[in-house]
Design a protein around this ligand. Sequence first.
Ligand SMILES: NC(=O)c1ccc[n+]([C@@H]2O[C@H](COP(=O)([O-])OP(=O)(O)OC[C@H]3O[C@@H](n4cnc5c(N)ncnc54)[C@H](OP(=O)(O)O)[C@@H]3O)[C@@H](O)[C@H]2O)c1
Length: 284
Amino acid sequence: MRWVVVGAAGMLGRDVVARLRTGDDEVVELDRAGLDITSPQACAAAVAGADVVVNCAAYTAVDDAETHEAEAFTTNAVGPATLARAAADAGARLVQISTDYVFDGTATTPYDEDAPKAPRGAYGRTKAAGEWAVAASGGDHLVVRTAWLYGAHGACFPRTIARAARERGSLQVVDDQRGQPTWTVDVADVVVRLVEARAPRGTYHATSSGETTWCGFAREVVAAAGLDPQVVAPTTSDAYVRPAPRPAYSGLGHGARGAVGVEPIGDWRDRWAAAAAAVLGEER
Ligand SMILES: NC(=O)c1ccc[n+]([C@@H]2O[C@H](COP(=O)([O-])OP(=O)(O)OC[C@H]3O[C@@H](n4cnc5c(N)ncnc54)[C@H](OP(=O)(O)O)[C@@H]3O)[C@@H](O)[C@H]2O)c1
């Protein structure tokens, strides 16, 4: 099989490429300089001959999107639409990566794959539009939503927290937003397994199981960095206002993935234990 990974220099993209390179399939990795997903001509050329295209490219600056929504829309909606058209014309399957931010965050139990989308901020609106555009292309596609991502190849919550705890000695982290911390390595594995399982076109969720708050996760991170978890004190979203609204609840349900026989990722705490050394690196 020939895979084309787009947005291959991003935090998730790098681990998707690494996962694919453990197998015998052909892998083409395209960073932003190699393919701008908003260019129809470039997309057509990039996906020619591909069996599967994985779109890890996105505008991911959640707060900046509030004041640059048109720019975010271009990357997160026009880009996937353009790539989906090219993939459909080439007869390739497109895997579009999406996010919990398409939901309103008011649930108290995990969102099913077909739960109504009601994004509360610009980033979520543009990602929801990207999901719609991929489905509307009529081509073969999987939408794979994930959330609370961390990885070794990008700025992420665990490294930020470990550094802050070491430098400042104490810090406050919100304790009223719940979600499923998820390692990019695990999302990459689910993406590959869904394709290998010939999962029917549609939407799937790729997050760890179990739940915690950002404060709960920060305490695990600090412990893994060899510091006292009690240096992390809880605070509230009201005390830590940011430009974009954050979902109070980000849990994603895994029914569709289970139905096609793809193994669960596992509990967030166990996966963090497996990931910590690689993700924290010198912050450890
Ligand atoms: N990080 C999270 O917590 C999280 C949570 C849920 C879902 N997701 C989703 O997971 C996916 C991967 O996210 P990530 O964290 O790996 O993001 P990332 O590290 O920001 O990577 C995104 C990549 O896309 C590239 N890109 C931006 N615009 C492009 C364009 N027009 N054409 C081609 N490439 C372009 C970026 O290049 P430049 O750096 O040069 O701009 C960057 O390398 C995204 O779909 C995101 O929405 C992320």
